[in-house]
Design a protein around this ligand. Structure first.
Ligand SMILES: NC(=O)c1ccc[n+]([C@@H]2O[C@H](COP(=O)([O-])OP(=O)(O)OC[C@H]3O[C@@H](n4cnc5c(N)ncnc54)[C@H](OP(=O)(O)O)[C@@H]3O)[C@@H](O)[C@H]2O)c1
Length: 271
């Protein structure tokens, strides 16, 4: 693994109050990087910040922020003004499954904004700085389902495919500027996000759920080495099958059957 401190003094982790983001924060702090923890639940962020500072002697800052609020990136920029930000982990995300027309449009638009537009904004805001000074790293969190269109997760899968494409392109663009970009595409991972997922019961899906610490560890180990990583052999094989072995139509049908079987029928809203 690269010395993560070489990118800069601080890392920003969005969605650090639970799940994969919390594990990114823990592992960055353990590597000696100061962390800026971003999410809405202030109590959780403050408890984690105190724990990480005590355990690793790093500076940990809790930034309680709704990233869907107007001007969120400007507010985040204000909060980190003057810090040497070396790494940005754009991890915060939400998820809705279910028949597309039964889901609330406002929920789907929030997915598009938080999972898609926010990584774009973070990449643009901090990427300019990184490229200008020729130092920095961006980690984007996609999903193993980005390999194929996915019925009943149509918008989420499309947004994650966008994130993957954005990150792989930026990886190439910024390589000449010594700026690293990595997209990590986790498969099903045991987090609150998975447990509380709306519209789907992940326990109905076969296969073990990955430890979120492993997702973060795999990503950080591959930062600076490649453009894209899928943690876990079975997730990697499923990605290869979805991408190269199956015709697109067969892959869509397969995902439609798998996800369709796990729907709870509780998704949806009228907005
Ligand atoms: N778990 C999986 O199986 C899986 C698989 C593939 C990809 N992923 C991706 O991995 C990332 C993390 O997911 P996770 O499973 O770790 O979920 P999680 O445990 O629910 O964590 C999501 C994080 O995002 C934050 N967040 C949500 N809405 C926010 C908002 N409006 N403003 C600021 N922060 C917000 C949450 O914090 P607050 O609620 O405190 O704001 C939380 O810290 C997501 O991008 C997800 O799509 C997950």
């Amino acid at each position: 693994m690269k010395d993560l401190r070489a990118y800069g003094d601080h890392a920003i982790v969005t969605g650090a109050s639970s799940g994969i983001g919390e594990q990114f924060a823990r592992q960055l702090a353990a590597a000696g990087v100061n962390v800026v923890l971003v999410a809405r639940r202030k109590d959780r962020l403050e408890a984690l910040a105190a724990e990480l500072s005590a355990a690793h002697g790093v500076e940990s800052r809790a930034v309680a922020l709704d990233l869907l609020a107007d001007g969120a990136i400007d507010e985040l920029s204000r909060q980190v003004d003057g810090l040497d930000i070396g790494i940005v982990v754009a991890n915060a995300g939400i998820y809705y499954a279910g028949p597309f027309v039964e889901n609330a449009l406002s929920d789907e638009l929030d997915v598009l904004a938080l999972d898609g537009a926010l990584p774009l904004q973070l990449a643009h805001r901090f990427g300019r700085e990184f490229v200008g000074r020729r130092r920095g790293a961006l980690v984007l969190v996609s999903s193993s389902i980005a390999a194929s269109p996915v019925p009943y997760e149509a918008n989420y899968a499309a947004v994650k495919a966008y994130v993957l494409s954005l990150g792989q392109a930026l990886h190439h663009e910024w390589r000449k500027d010594d700026v690293d970009v990595l997209v990590v595409s986790p498969g099903p991972t045991q987090t609150e996000g998975l447990d509380n997922a709306v519209g789907i019961d992940f326990s109905m899906l076969a296969g073990a759920k990955m430890d979120p610490a492993r997702v973060a560890r795999t990503a950080l180990r591959n930062l600076g080495r490649r453009a894209h990583v899928i943690p876990g052999l079975s997730n990697t094989l499923a990605d290869l099958a979805g991408r190269y072995l199956l015709p697109r139509s067969a892959s869509v049908r397969m995902y439609g059957r798998i996800i369709g079987r796990a729907l709870t029928g509780t998704a949806g809203g009228a907005a």
